[in-house]
Design a protein around this ligand. Structure first.
Ligand code: KG4
Ligand code: ZN
Length: 353
């Protein structure tokens, strides 16, 4: 039996993505980003992102279909991110997907963006063409500008459990805010990652949020925030630190502050993720989201997972950041599991859990 050809549409933030998969094989992944238009504002402007999706959607769709060597007629199902994300941005992708579904009569699947970040890990290895089995007891560590979460995947199509998450800023958001404080370019993640390499991470010690015993508790009696993160206090600590150098009329040691900030973020993300995995019997963990590009996060999480006997899976970077292939990949899993399509009555949900 041939595997389903699925079209995936992503528009939750600044990337317009259309991907095409056949079962677990990636055929096309076209992404158009409006990031250039947001740079001068130092953050994604929702109205601009929505308009950019509208402009980019049809060309992105056409390019993806051409790359896949397919037409809309060949497609067996359409999948679209319905949340979480920016409401207006989601609306464009969802309306486009509904229009395609109505015009072609193809089944439509509403997709949770976060679960799709995990679904991408099911695609065949691009180098070897090998099909990748989804390990039992899989965990997922998702770290981006919009999310910082550790999940347990009981079933990718029906049962995903949130073990912990940030209670305020996402890690990428903290990178972006701290970069602004340090006078570095937006988006701040890559900029901090770069200058941190020349700094001393031990020069300053920044706080590790929610790591005190009252939040952590014990394995037997977990505290309320044992597996959660908080990055807003860290951002404030960096701002105070910069102010102190300014007040003393001293030059701001940007590289040291960047390195120390990065160490605080990466330390607390990797330690809590490994703790959550250990205490939930998770043996494999998938890393996803834009911050997965961070060299120090990969290094420290890799080391700590290895010591705990946990395998860390890092998909290729273009599949870690927002894209349509991940939506198509999860859509194909739903089709293959015999899941009922969503119909066209659903609304985008910007705060989808
Ligand atoms: O997944 P993504 O492309 O979009 C969403 O936020 O959903 O992630 C973008 C975020 C930005 O906050 C950016 O600063 C951060 O990922 N980022 C990084 C690095 N590259 C991108 N953060 C730390 N180190 C990096 N190398
Ligand atoms: Zn994302």
């Amino acid at each position: 039996r041939t595997q389903p050809l699925v079209l995936g549409i992503e528009s939750s933030c600044d990337e317009t993505g259309v991907g095409v998969v056949r079962g677990t094989t990636l055929l096309a992944n076209t992404v158009s980003s409006s990031m250039d238009e947001h740079v001068r504002f130092g953050g994604v402007i929702p109205e601009i992102a929505s308009r950019a999706h509208l402009d980019a959607f049809v060309p992105t769709l056409e390019q993806a279909l051409a790359e896949a060597g397919a037409t809309l007629d060949d497609v067996d199902a359409i999948a679209v991110t319905s949340g979480p994300g920016l409401a207006g941005a989601l609306m464009v992708g969802v309306c486009a997907a509904k229009a395609l579904a109505v015009a072609t009569g193809k089944p439509l699947y509403a997709i949770n963006h976060l679960v799709a970040h995990v679904g991408v890990g099911l695609l065949d290895d691009r180098a070897t063409g090998q099909q990748q089995a989804l390990p039992e007891n899989l965990g997922a560590l998702l770290v981006s500008g919009g999310h910082t979460e550790i999940l347990r995947i009981n079933s990718i199509t029906s049962d995903v459990e949130l073990l912990g998450s940030t209670i305020d800023d996402a890690a990428g958001e903290a990178y972006d805010k701290v970069a602004r404080i340090l006078g570095l370019a937006y988006p701040g993640g890559p900029a901090i990652d770069r200058v941190a390499r020349t700094g001393n991470p031990k020069a300053i010690r920044f706080p590790r949020g929610l790591s005190q015993p009252k939040y952590m508790g014990t394995a037997e009696e977990p505290g309320k925030h044992r597996y959660d993160w908080s990055f807003s206090g860290l951002k404030t600590a960096v701002a105070r630190c910069v102010e102190q150098f300014e007040a003393r009329g001293e030059e701001i040691p940007v590289a040291d502050i960047a390195a120390a900030f990065q160490e605080a973020v990466v330390d607390v993300i990797s330690s809590k993720a490994v703790l959550a995995c250990r205490e939930h019997g998770i043996k494999d963990v998938l890393l996803g989201g834009g911050v997965a590009a961070n060299s120090r996060l990969r290094e420290l999480t890799g080391q700590r997972c290895a010591s705990a006997g946990i395998r860390l899976h890092v998909p290729p970077l273009d599949l870690c950041t927002d894209n349509g292939a991940m939506v198509a990949a999860l859509g194909a899993q739903l089709v293959m599991a015999g899941t009922e399509p969503s119909g066209i009555g659903f609304a985008p949900d910007s705060s989808m859990p």
